[in-house]
Write a protein that binds this ligand. Structure first.
Ligand code: KIV
Length: 282
């Protein structure tokens, strides 16, 4: 049985840290489930780490629904958060249609959307329709062109107050949890203390109720950016590259495939075929 948003809220009440990791396909999702990660985010970061774009802006709803479906089909236990991509929730009506697709076709347990106070009305509409919403404030990557890069948000009094107000507004609107991205640790701790819903940090320090990271970042599979907020638990890129090079060298040298990787047929059948080929002058 899949975890529910109630389980996450209970984890906050019991001060149990929440672990969330992105997953974009069946293989990565299965690995996460086997490692007992309770929350999988099918994030629009797939635009960067899977599709090779420099931002999340080009990702479409169609693609998110597809990737959600891969993750949902491969797992039974984790709660699945489906990220609504850029410009698919610009009105409450559009948000309803997009979220419905993520849940009905993609199998998401809930949706995530970026924005604070300005999104409160949309969050309310979704929640009233029975769609659980995880909000996302601080650095919101879909607005990267507006904020001018991937930079820490809420460092001065005015922007920090705005983030506190955003957090309060999305909680009041009915969001069940909130991602805090690139927020100073002290401010994230303050927000976490003030909210009764869980905060999940990425570059927001250890004071959040949970942490989220990008699959490719913690495994060393993505080189285009090397954010300070991540930790590489393995340099899988180097390991995979050397395995692929070994495969190439084996093929070139005739070391692969061997008999162990091949399929035999009866010698008599082969002899018959060889005789026929000889008769035909081949
Ligand atoms: O899309 C994503 O992976 C995200 C995380 C960075 C929180 O939104």
């Amino acid at each position: 049985m899949r975890l529910t948003i109630r389980d996450l809220q209970k984890m906050k009440r019991q001060s149990e840290r929440i672990v969330m990791l992105t997953a974009y396909d069946a293989t990565s999702a299965r690995l996460c489930e086997q490692a007992e990660v309770p929350v999988l985010l099918v994030g629009d970061t797939l635009g960067m780490v899977v599709q090779g774009h420099s931002s999340t802006i080009p990702v479409t709803l169609e693609q998110m629904v597809y990737h959600c479906g891969l993750v949902a089909r491969a797992t039974t236990r984790p709660l699945i958060v489906g990220d609504l991509p850029f410009m698919t929730y610009s009105t409450p009506e559009q948000a309803l249609r997009s979220a419905a697709r993520m849940m009905q076709e993609g199998g998401a347990t809930c949706v995530k959307l970026e924005g604070g106070t300005r999104m409160a009305g949309t969050i309310q509409t979704l929640v009233q329709a029975g769609i659980p919403v995880m909000a996302h404030i601080g650095l919101t990557p879909q607005s990267v062109n507006q904020v001018g890069g991937f930079r820490v948000q809420g460092k001065d009094v005015e922007t920090a107050r705005q983030l506190l107000a955003d957090a309060a507004a999305i909680q009041a609107a009915g969001a069940f949890a909130v991602v805090l991205e690139l927020v100073p640790a002290g401010l994230a701790t303050l927000i976490t203390r003030r909210l009764h819903i869980p905060t999940i940090g990425i570059g927001a320090g250890a004071g959040c109720d949970g942490q989220v990271q990008v699959f490719h970042d913690i495994l060393g599979l993505y080189d285009a950016l090397n954010p300070k907020h991540t930790r590489r638990y393995i340099d899988a890129g180097t390991l995979l590259r050397s395995a692929i090079a070994e495969y190439r060298a084996d093929v070139l040298a005739g070391r692969f495939p061997t008999e162990a990787n091949s399929f035999a047929m009866e010698a008599a059948v082969l002899a018959l075929l060889e005789g026929e080929a000889d008769d035909a002058g081949h």
